[in-house]
Design a binder for this molecule. Structure first.
Ligand code: FAD
Length: 393
């Protein structure tokens, strides 16, 4: 007999949420977390689309700010303002929220084992080896790899992941900012990444970026950026953070024998922004349904349904975002500037405000294509390569 029905590797938001669902259904759940404190260090901008309220619990105390729009900046600072009347996204206290998600999983009966660093998993036999004041081995009927961007569980049956690096500062500004708008800056130097400025209060913001560079170069780009922005002149850096974001990879196997992958470990992230929380939460639900069916019928083959259900729900959207990302990678700063000017002239601010959604970008892309806007603003030399990217849409 196994020690647990389910062992979850990683008490991040995806792992804790899945553990809560399974403990609530009455299964014996263990969560192995290598850190001694959940959620630390912060590795997130904490910006979550409003759909979070449909996908997970979110007590008000973890909401630091609400935003209803964005200023989109080209490299030479041509700006588009897009917004809706109501809240589009929440800015979260991610450290507090991660701790809370683990706490409520534990309240449902999941056993959260801190300072348990998993060293190896055997998918076939359901054994997990770990270090916690010496070496230990535990067994489970199902293992869930929710161990983040460089997942050891994934590496046990997939090629190793590609990730991109991200850096972020918490800054205190000397001048008050608009709190209901985020600022997003594109620049070919970091494409497909971008720079963000997310207000937490009138005088505090998270300023960060991700891109295909080492941390030193990202830091350099961020420092130059801060000096170039009037509202950030004289601002004080309170904290510095960095972290990694998995590159979305739809060739990844999410199921192997009695093991599944969840969240960043499964590269369940939006290709355009690297955001992974909402998809992770949605997949925790799908996983909970499939894993209970598999346990109740004592058939590991049922776990395959997790991958097919995830793909059915997300593949189209994620592929669209991948095409947007690939298109961005082709554009120089001059191209981006020119496109911003043309898009603005052609009324894109209204179209983006109406059809834009930070988590579901295909309705906007479809609308822009339908109106012929994407190709009318692209540099002509890129038509052929961009048509090639979009031929399956
Ligand atoms: C700078 C930055 C900004 C971001 N901003 C946003 C944003 O604004 N919105 C958004 O939606 N997403 C954002 N993301 C992405 C988001 O943080 C991730 O998608 C999210 O944390 C994934 O959750 P997870 O539970 O899958 O993995 P994680 O949060 O990475 O949790 C994995 C857990 O597994 C543990 N673990 C790892 N290996 C082992 C092991 N061998 N044994 C035991 N435990 C282990 C880790 O300690 C960790 O606690 C950002 C990422 C970065 C780096």
């Amino acid at each position: 007999m196994s020690d647990y029905d389910i062992l979850v590797v990683g008490a991040g938001p995806a792992g804790s949420t899945f553990a809560r669902y399974m403990a609530n259904k009455g299964y014996k759940v263990g969560v192995l977390e290598k850190k001694k404190e959940i959620g630390l260090p912060l590795q997130c901008a904490g910006l979550l689309g409003r759909r979070i309220k449909d996908l997970n619990v979110l007590p008000e105390e973890f909401i630091l700010n609400e935003v209803n729009g964005a200023y989109l900046h080209s490299p030479s600072d041509h700006v588009m303002r897009v917004s809706k009347k109501d809240t589009q996204a929440y800015v979260l206290d991610r450290i507090g929220y991660d701790g809370y998600l683990a706490e409520i999983a534990s309240a449902e009966g999941a056993e959260i084992l801190l300072k348990h660093k998993v060293k190896s998993v055997n998918s076939k036999y359901g054994t997990v080896k770990m270090v916690n004041q010496g070496h230990k081995e535990l067994t489970a009927r199902v293992i869930v790899g929710a161990d983040g961007h460089s997942s050891l569980v994934s590496n046990s049956f997939n090629e190793s992941f590609n990730t991109v690096k991200a850096s972020q500062y918490l800054v205190e500004t000397s001048k008050p900012m608009e709190t209901d708008f985020v600022n997003l800056h594109v620049n070919s130097k970091i494409s497909p990444g971008f720079i963000w400025s997310i207000p937490l209060s009138p005088t505090q913001a998270r300023i960060g970026l991700f891109g295909n560079h080492d941390y030193q170069s990202l830091k350099h780009i961020l420092s130059n950026f801060m000096q170039s922005q009037g509202y950030l002149k004289g601002s004080k850096i309170i904290k510095k953070y960095h972290g990694e974001i998995p590159v979305f990879d739809n060739r990844k196997n999410l199921v192997n024998d009695r093991t599944i992958l969840l969240g960043d470990a499964a590269s369940q992230v939006k290709p355009t922004t690297g955001g992974g929380l909402l998809i992770g939460f949605a997949c925790a639900r799908i996983a909970a349904d499939v894993v209970s069916k598999s346990l109740d019928n004592d058939q590991t083959s049922i776990l395959k349904e997790y991958e097919s259900q995830y793909k059915k729900e997300f593949e189209k959207e994620l592929k669209t975002q991948l095409m947007v990302q690939k298109t961005f990678e082709l554009l120089s700063n001059e191209d981006l500037d020119e496109m911003f000017i043309k898009l603005k002239e052609k009324g894109a601010e209204d179209i983006i405000s109406t059809y834009g959604d930070m988590d579901s970008q295909s309705p906007l892309v479809r609308e822009l294509l339908k109106r012929g806007l994407i190709f009318s603003v692209l540099p002509k030399v890129l038509y052929r390569s961009v048509s090639h990217i979009w031929k399956f849409f």
